[in-house]
Design a protein around this ligand. Sequence first.
Ligand code: AMP
Length: 490
Amino acid sequence: MNKFLYFGLDDSIIRSLDVLNYLEPTEVQKVVVPSLLEGKDLIVKSQTGSGKTASFGIPLCERVEWEERAPQALVLTPTRELALQIKEEIFNIGRYKRIKVECLFGKSSYQSQVKNLKQRTHIVVATPGRLLDHISRGTIDLSKIKTVIIDEADEMFAMGFVEQIEQVLKALPKHRTMALFSATMPEAIKKLSKRFLKNPELIEIKSANTTEKRILQQYIRIEREQSKEKILKKVMIAENPDSSLIFCNTKIMVETVTKELKHLGMAIEMLHGGLEQKDRTQIIQDFKRGYFNYLVATDVAARGIDVADISLVVNYDVPDNPETYVHRIGRTARFENSGKAISLVNYHDKRSFDAILTAQNHLIEEVSVPTEAKIEKNKLSFGKKQTQKPKLRKEKGFDFNQEIMKIHINAGKKTKMRPGDVVGALCQIDGMTAEDIGVIDLMDISTFVEILNGKGPMVLKTLQTMPIKGRMRRVSRSNETNYERDLKEN
Ligand code: AMP
């Protein structure tokens, strides 16, 4: 039995959790889900990788009233990558309830966001800047917001978003539930919570098995005459990780290190803020899916990025502050896995690293540069690993797609199609009920409809010969991606 049933959640939510294989709440979920369901204000200090996103995603989805057209919940988050990831998690949880989630962030089309907001939108996930644009231009209706979540609050403060967050909060209805999530609790956050939260419950998750405890933390001291690049290569061969994330402090360093590691024959990609948003999203997606297993990145990847099994995190450059260190190493040992983090510390890094050592509750063990003997021993298996065909990973939402087929109809708003016309036509098909229809996205000249419960193939076939709103329409399957095909063949 799914233990989330104890929270009294709607059947549609439980079904989604079953597909996601979330059968038992994590520590943070045990506390946060019931409190948010009751509408209590919260301050939550919890580790990344603890199931934090679902801890607010589940109650947000549960509390959504489907009929309401204006957004009812708002999640504020510092980066676009995180916004997309949260959207995906909430979308999955709300899949059977047909919850519409819209992401608002910069460097992506303002107009298409405006268009989507005009359609029914239940939950908005946003970065503060773009949300403020929508607020000031009057393109978002916030009057129905019941719950607001501030995620990664410490990072938003570090990025200088305080004023923007305050402006957003002032634009929201007075009666609302608010929860603030932060891995660390700097003074500024305590101040903000005093101003905007009502008698908040303070929740600190200190489970016996926190992420940090499952990470073996090590560092290598690098002398002035030694080359970091050479030592990194040695570490890669000696550790021979199945997957690894290597952090640098600057874009230039990311480029240099990527080039160096390519010389070792590694299939490695890079991620930094100088890349186009489209490329950044694609790289993260391909990394998650396992098309490649090694990534060199700046801190754009330190927060939240949830790749199931990164076995080794390397700090090629030591981060400037201890909080970033915690976030970086938290990319490994996700959800009960274990992992390793190695920092390369030279005289430039000494000061930052001393601060990290002081702030850490856990031991960071000094280890020496891998010996030549160890490298010789591993060379063969390292080389072999680099030539293997990548083993693709199943994305979290993947199992939904086996039951849910998205179909495309070549008619939309401009041809006077309305959601009711689509529902009407679908319900005339033998064996179809309204329950089998998922999210409907009505665009200008296209409509996308999700058909649930494995009935997609039957519906697709029937619609080839059945008119919708009095006319035959071109209807095709829209969601078999190259990735799904690759995964089947893999
Ligand atoms: P987060 O802390 O939100 O980044 O979540 C860390 C990972 O835990 C994600 O991959 C989630 O999909 C996964 N997860 C969250 N809740 C559960 C649960 N109750 N059971 C199993 N996995 C979960």
